[in-house]
Design a protein around this ligand. Structure first.
Ligand code: MN
Length: 164
């Protein structure tokens, strides 16, 4: 092989190494997004959430199918304020590690595949664990009397009162 060919091979090898390195670095993010199925959406208003939360509306309710469905991503440590739903709510855990708590009950840990039914008008909150994000579908039926009533923030003491 002459020097020109060796030079080209060296450049090709370098490009291969760099591209696989870039792939390795970006893979965790790619896996998260691919595993998420739905687009992450927009940042939720900070008025009703602690930390960073993303919401993608999937189904907008109308008179024929009055069931809004949203895809929600809580970054680690993020959670909703206390709130209740006049028509109740169903949460489907898609990934990560989440927390769910109804007033007067212990915090439940949610993992991919868990399903939760929140009864109407029962104060509760949901969010991510401190070290892992949490991805959920929120299905909020019977919205004729409203979707949600927001209450006070979840304190750090409440948030950290988790029995593993
Ligand atoms: Mn809720």
């Amino acid at each position: 092989m002459n020097n020109k060919v060796i030079g080209l091979l060296a450049v090709a090898l370098l490009i291969l190494l760099i591209s696989s390195e870039v792939r390795a670095q970006t893979q965790p993010e790619t896996v998260t997004e691919a595993g998420a199925i739905f687009p992450k959406g927009r940042r939720a208003p900070t008025s009703n959430f602690t930390g960073t939360v993303w919401v993608q509306p999937l189904i907008e309710p109308d008179s024929a199918v009055n069931i809004p469905v949203g895809y929600v991503t809580f970054e680690p440590g993020a959670r909703s304020y206390w709130h209740h739903h006049p028509g109740g709510q169903v949460l489907l855990a898609l990934g990560g590690i989440g927390y769910y708590q109804e007033q007067g009950k212990p915090v439940q840990i949610l993992r991919k595949g868990d399903a939760v039914k929140c009864p109407p008008n029962i104060p509760h909150w949901h969010g991510a664990s401190p070290t892992n994000e949490f991805r959920q579908l929120a299905i909020t039926p019977n919205t004729t009397t409203g979707r949600v009533t927001w209450l006070q923030p979840v304190t750090d003491k409440e948030y950290n009162n988790v029995k593993q």
